[in-house]
Design a protein around this ligand. Sequence first.
Ligand code: NAD
Length: 476
Amino acid sequence: MVKGLFLNGEEKTTNHTYPLYHPHTEEKIADITEGAKEDMEEAIALADRTFLEMKAMTSKERADILFEAADRLLEKQEEAAQIISKEASKPINAARGEVNRTIQTLRFSAEEAKRLNGEYLPLDAAEGGGGRDAFTIHEPLGVIGAITPFNFPLNLTTHKVGPAVAAGNTVVIKPAEQTPLSSIFLAEILTQSGLPKGAIAVIPGDGPTLGEVMNQDERVKKISFTGSPEVGKLIKSKAGLKRVTLELGSNSAMYVDESCADQLDEIAGKAAAGAFAYNGQVCLSTQRIYVHDSLFESFKQAFAEKAKNIKFGDPSEESTVVSSLINKKSQQRVLGWIAEAKANGAEVLTGGEGKANGVLPTVLSNVDRNEKISCNEVFGPVVLINKVANASEALELMNDSRYGLNAGLFSNNLRQAINMAHDLEVGQVLINDVPTLRFDHMPYGGVKDSGYGREGVKYAIEEMTELKMISINYKG
Ligand code: NAD
């Protein structure tokens, strides 16, 4: 099967294709039409021309399109989950979860489309400002460039498209090379729901080539990027006056305090889910767990037991939780980092080996803070559990990272938890939850190398609109 680009409301095929393989079974899924520079330019030109039509729509019309898209996706939820599962090697139940969240993200976007509220400004508070009424409105920016990663190909794309449409923008998507089908599926559904042709395009292909065209084109008013810090920094360095939002990686940490002695089994269960969800390829995957000395041995045992029971397998099987990584290169990188840590004294409690194109759920302990497996983003099913003397040491280690996305802490000591929450260098702190948690309407983004700007539907809309002030002089 040859799958085309999505341009001007329909598929467009050319002679340039690349084969897309299932990361686990290695079967060919499709030949994907590879966008050339000219295709990206055409998509931007169309999106620019369609912008005035989008801007002229009422917020109710935009909300109706998004609500209808949510309903259509609900009808096709199994088809969408199968697409995600195949192209990303995502265990089918996790893929179904992603589709459910996407439906919710579309509905949040529809609701927010109707809440683009401005404010009244008392200009008479300034010397000479009397006799005027003033208010603000939020205007859409124009063409939004969305560059997306492979790990949540449907919901993370929707986190850019939903707010863009809600605000009255048009959008051109450059999906990850491995996962273009989910984005195309979303664009088809939105077009069937009444989004004008030209308001959305999907151009799969080479990141540096197509990203450069987006970045250079002045008609693109904002780039919303989710992916690795290296690419994010490159984009921002070249973006000039374009708006940029960057949602980047992390090596998320959590702390288990001594006040949680009677909850260890429950916390270990939640932490195992957070560490191994989608093969550990989640930007806020639980990677580093620090446990109070007094609970360390019991927690370690409880956690290792849970990890041993996690099933590795084909992503199409209902019972599979961990499957192959996105490619062999990732597998080799993760196994190399585990071997290095082991050689330097880390204890492997379970896993540590490759299987198919993936890595078995791996739990390490006694890992030095300078090991790659600790200070880099693993993006694989690997977690480390280390002992700390107290909450201060936990805080120091949690903050000892180039990243700062989510942090989790389990504590029944309210004062300690709130103090830590204030001192953690991250965008979001989850008290009595693992860091692997995101609700689609909450503000979400990182500090340090984890990002720049915020998503979460309402917050993404703020970054996709321009504030305009209008004043009326009714006296002079
Ligand atoms: P990646 O950075 O390799 O690729 C992301 C996208 O950027 C792809 O579409 C790719 O083609 C494109 N790209 C590559 N080079 C480019 C360039 N020079 N200019 C423009 N675009 C370019 O990331 P990935 O491997 O697909 O995803 C994994 C990363 O994404 C991890 O670091 C993960 O933590 C991060 N991520 C972050 C969040 C978040 O919300 N913070 C969510 C999901 C994933």
